[in-house]
Design a protein around this ligand. Sequence first.
Ligand SMILES: Cc1cc2nc3c(=O)[nH]c(=O)nc-3n(C[C@H](O)[C@H](O)[C@H](O)COP(=O)(O)O)c2cc1C
Length: 160
Amino acid sequence: MKILVVFYSRSGRTKKIAEAISDILKCDKEEIFDLKNRKGIPGFLSAGTDANLRKLTAIKEIKNNPSLYDLVIIGTPVWSSNISTPIRTYLSLYKDNFKEVAFFCTRLGSDIEKVFADMEGICQKNPIALLALTSREVARDQYMQKVKEFIKKVKEETAK
Ligand SMILES: Cc1cc2nc3c(=O)[nH]c(=O)nc-3n(C[C@H](O)[C@H](O)[C@H](O)COP(=O)(O)O)c2cc1C
């Protein structure tokens, strides 16, 4: 089973989870880079506005063709109660190339049902597993239990 972990991370939290998942699964990972500058306060404001308006952005060319993987695990931070703009872009570009998907996100505290439902809607695929963590859990290194449960679910579903 070939698995790819794809993620975007503006400030490192989602990246930490992506690395934990790919380390345990010993699988490839792909970081998505936004060509629009999201640094500092102007970047924060543009990120919030773009996500809220469900805009797309330009992302750096990807290295791994998702259609070569049995499962693509996609992670995003929540921006303005929405999918982050770079991951919305990635999903929009490659939605027809996924065999199976699983999703994870990090956020301060927002509800994530809408975000996951939106990701599912774009991919037109039921995710086989979901993982949501708060920034606090990530910052305090209190995420491993949930990450392991997520991976257990991934393994159960892919073994069917
Ligand atoms: C522009 C912007 C908007 C955000 N909006 C929300 C939000 O609506 N709800 C929430 O719980 N967290 C929100 N956050 C917090 C991030 O989702 C959270 O800090 C996340 O863990 C950051 O992940 P990263 O370090 O991988 O970029 C927002 C962060 C940014 C930069």
